[in-house]
Design a protein around this ligand. Structure first.
Ligand code: GLN
Length: 283
């Protein structure tokens, strides 16, 4: 949204800076920053504090604030989210990328840099943020596939594929069902992993698609499935990088006791210092 100088109503003029100052407490800092950068299409919204808001712009900001106060995630209000320095478009019904997941991309890129990795699969891809971020940052030629069971997720991932001129192949699949005949060198996944109790207590999650979050009583139904079945489509010495809930390390360790062929390479934390995932190698 651009604010035209000639559409300014001189009488009741309010500057963006004044609006921001009085509404700062309403927004999380990161959200306010992203909102300003998105709406005013500048690298830093703060450069525009002297802009005078016309009635239309002010009305728009106030409406947006109302939705935000009601609890609607900013990503759905704006129709986009930033992840790994890239913008991903999304609609309601599609899982919102989290900065917690950026560490999964970092681990995948380290492996790609270090190991013989060419065929990559991103399972439960949502907006496509993991696979497209890998594709945009990679240093070598990869063949990247990404899948999701949700049609809405695939619609948004194909929009993102176009906007990032990415060559990721997006495929609809119920976990591994579409990949029975393929072999990958690396599988990355941010599957649903929210346990029932956490879901009940965290109301902000109700705006997002349940099927992208809920994973049974213990939150492990998808992770267990992937740990079991990824072995069938990974080459020997291939890797699985999987995101998990911050309190799931011990229970995943117990799950792994049943599988002699998985070797734990590293448990890793997110930027907030919480356990966030594991790198496994197929022996
Ligand atoms: N990390 C997300 C959250 O806590 C959940 C992600 C997921 O289930 N894959 O909201």
């Amino acid at each position: 949204m651009y604010i035209e100088a000639d559409s300014v109503r001189k009488k009741k003029e309010i500057k963006l800076g004044a609006w921001v100052r009085s509404n700062r407490p309403v927004f999380a800092r990161r959200d306010l920053n992203f909102l300003l950068r998105t709406l005013f299409d500048k690298d830093s919204g703060y450069a525009l504090f002297d802009e005078v808001l016309d009635f239309r712009a002010l009305g728009y900001l106030e409406k947006l604030k109302e939705l935000y106060i009601e609890g609607l995630p900013l990503a759905y209000i704006l129709g986009k989210e930033e992840f790994f320095g890239l913008i991903f478009l999304l609609k309601r019904g599609v899982f919102i990328p989290r900065c917690d997941t950026e560490v999964v991309v970092e681990r995948a890129l380290e492996l790609i840099h270090r190991e013989e990795i060419y065929y990559v699969l991103d399972l439960c891809c949502g907006t496509g943020c993991i696979s497209i971020a890998i594709d945009k940052t990679k240093e070598k030629r990869l063949k990247i596939f990404a899948s999701d069971i949700s049609q809405k997720a695939l619609q948004s991932s194909s929009v993102n594929k176009r906007s990032h001129k990415s060559s990721v192949n997006f495929i609809q699949s119920n976990l591994l069902s579409a990949f029975k005949d393929r072999i990958f060198d690396l599988i990355v996944s941010n599957p649903p992993y929210i346990e029932e109790n956490y879901f009940k207590d965290n109301h902000f999650l109700r705006y997002e698609p349940q099927e992208a979050l809920r994973a049974g009583e213990d939150g492990l139904s998808f992770i267990k499935n992937i740990i079991s079945d990824a072995r069938l489509i990974l080459k020997k010495n291939g890797f699985l990088v999987i995101e998990m809930g911050f309190a799931q390390k011990d229970s995943i360790e117990r799950v792994l006791c049943d599988y002699e062929d998985w070797q734990v390479i590293e448990w890793f934390r997110d930027y907030s210092g919480n356990w966030r995932g594991v790198i496994l190698k197929l022996g």
